[in-house]
Design a protein around this ligand. Structure first.
Ligand SMILES: C[S@@+](CC[C@H](N)C(=O)[O-])C[C@H]1O[C@@H](n2cnc3c(N)ncnc32)[C@H](O)[C@@H]1O
Length: 299
């Protein structure tokens, strides 16, 4: 029977699979792996005092064994733990939702600025919509930034994703002013909200072309993250966005703002399509690596 300490087992596991782990989990150091394992153990109510000195016997019932089995399949760490850090909080994630990305935090920062501008020029309750909310990470992070009440709406075409967003809203409700609200709506883009008006609309929609862009998608992403969150059909890609832009334009107040994340190779073209809908200004903005990453449009 194997009776190594968990620390020795983890060290050996890391050394024996260093290339595989580097490919599957870029930048994962041995220390970070141990930190993740400790967090995971804590969540599973394993006693973590002297965790790495304790004896480890692999077994089907041991949650630690599940952790290492998942690593062997290159399963994303966030799905293993069921949690992902984003902006100022930790969000629940399941394989039904995209793991929120660092670059999307820029979208939150910019949308906070857009909402702040409205709070400076209007005493009305500001109404904000997030299209394709997934885990709810964007809209919940935004709500956390305002003491003044915000009326927020978020849509998704995945019922499973909306359940995760609901759970995150419940878990993080104490970080949001009591007077603010979040309505989660199951619909295609914003179809069931066509009679509503918003000051700011944000979105991180699926934006990878299913065929054209697929070869550039990391294997781990393609294998485990929901395709509904990632891909759109090549043939109807532009039309999908034109339809979205029309719905957004129709539902913004005058001078209302739209901020959308997109694919660096397609944003210039989408910005032209957006301009044709009748927005007064449309800009393409870059992320911290200077890649085209967002469209900002004003009605
Ligand atoms: C790229 S993910 C973004 C998730 C989350 N907003 C984030 O930034 O982490 C896109 C989301 O849009 C949803 N989605 C895909 N097609 C949609 C549609 N037609 N209408 C509404 N939501 C859609 C997916 O289910 C997914 O949750």
């Amino acid at each position: 029977m194997n009776s190594k300490s968990l620390g020795t087992f983890t060290d050996n596991f890391y050394q024996e699979r260093e290339d595989f782990l580097a490919k599957s989990y870029p930048g994962l150091s041995k220390q970070r792996l141990k930190d993740e394992l400790e967090q995971f153990a804590l969540q599973k109510l394993v006693n973590v005092d002297d965790l790495f000195e304790s004896q480890y016997i692999p077994s089907g019932k041991n949650p630690i064994t599940y952790f290492f089995d998942c690593l062997m399949k290159a399963y994303p760490l966030e799905y293993i733990r069921g949690r992902a850090h984003f902006y100022k909080s930790e969000f629940d994630v399941t394989p039904s939702v995209l793991i929120p990305r660092n670059e999307t935090e820029i979208l939150v920062e910019k949308s906070v600025e857009l909402v702040k501008e409205w709070t400076r020029k209007s005493d009305e309750i500001i109404r904000v919509l997030d299209i394709g909310t997934g885990s709810g990470a964007i809209i919940i992070s935004l709500l956390q930034e305002f003491e003044r009440p915000i009326e927020a709406f978020a849509t998704d075409i995945s019922k499973e994703a909306l359940l995760v967003a609901r759970r995150n809203y419940f878990n993080l409700r104490f970080t949001i002013p009591r007077e603010s609200s979040l309505n989660l709506i199951y619909t295609d883009r914003m179809k069931d909200l066509s009679s509503e008006k918003f000051h700011v609309i944000v979105s991180n929609p699926p934006y990878i072309k299913e065929e054209n862009d697929r070869e550039f998608v990391h294997d781990q992403v393609d294998s485990y993250e929901p395709h509904l969150a990632l891909y759109l059909k090549d043939e109807t890609y532009d039309l999908w966005f034109v339809d979205l832009f029309k719905q957004v334009h129709n539902s913004l107040y005058e001078e209302g703002m739209f901020l959308m994340e997109g694919h660096e190779d397609h944003l210039e073209n989408l910005a032209d399509l957006c301009q044709n809908i009748g927005f007064s200004t449309v800009e393409v903005l870059q992320d911290y690596t200077n890649r085209n990453r967002f469209i900002l449009a004003k009605k």
